[in-house]
Ligand binder design. Structure first.
Ligand code: HEC
Length: 120
């Protein structure tokens, strides 16, 4: 009789473990969230300026000179395109700098990151 209980428990544990495997984020997914991979794009300055004017200057200033948020006019001398991509995607400062991953396409963020990385 006890055997049946034991194997029953074992079966339940197996189903539980299998379910966990599918619901827990995979290691790749976790890595992706920690350090988003910037897609390769060709710089489109016009598109970058439009996106920045529509999404960033309210906080960073109309010349990116800084306002309620840090200056970005020379950000390329301290941050690489990859680092910029990561900040714009995920945000910074506990939400003071908003995350743009749901507002802009990956390619748009990459283009803005590339454009900003040349501001030295
Ligand atoms: C709601 C206001 C707000 C908007 C909109 C905003 N930012 Fe920011 N941003 C901030 C604040 C505040 C910080 C500083 C966060 C910190 O360092 O803790 C910041 C920091 C940054 C940094 C890091 C600067 C550094 O010196 O480390 C970058 C890069 C940046 N923002 C780019 C952008 C871009 C590009 C956009 C538009 C796509 C944008 N931000 C839109 C508020 C904003």
């Amino acid at each position: 009789m006890q055997k049946w209980i034991m194997s029953g428990l074992l079966a339940v544990a197996c189903i539980f473990a299998a379910a966990l495997m599918f619901t827990l984020p995979g290691r790749d997914q976790v890595a992706q969230e920690e350090k988003p991979q910037m897609p390769a794009v060709t710089l489109n300055a016009e598109q970058a300026e439009t996106i920045v004017n529509n999404n960033c200057i309210a906080c960073h200033g109309d010349q990116l000179q800084g306002a309620n948020a840090p200056e970005l006019a020379h950000i390329g001398s301290t941050l690489s395109a990859d680092q910029l991509y990561s900040i714009i995607t995920k945000g910074k400062g506990g939400g003071m700098m908003p995350a743009f991953k749901d507002k802009l396409k990956e390619e748009e963020i990459a283009n803005v990151a590339l454009w900003l990385s040349e501001k030295k």
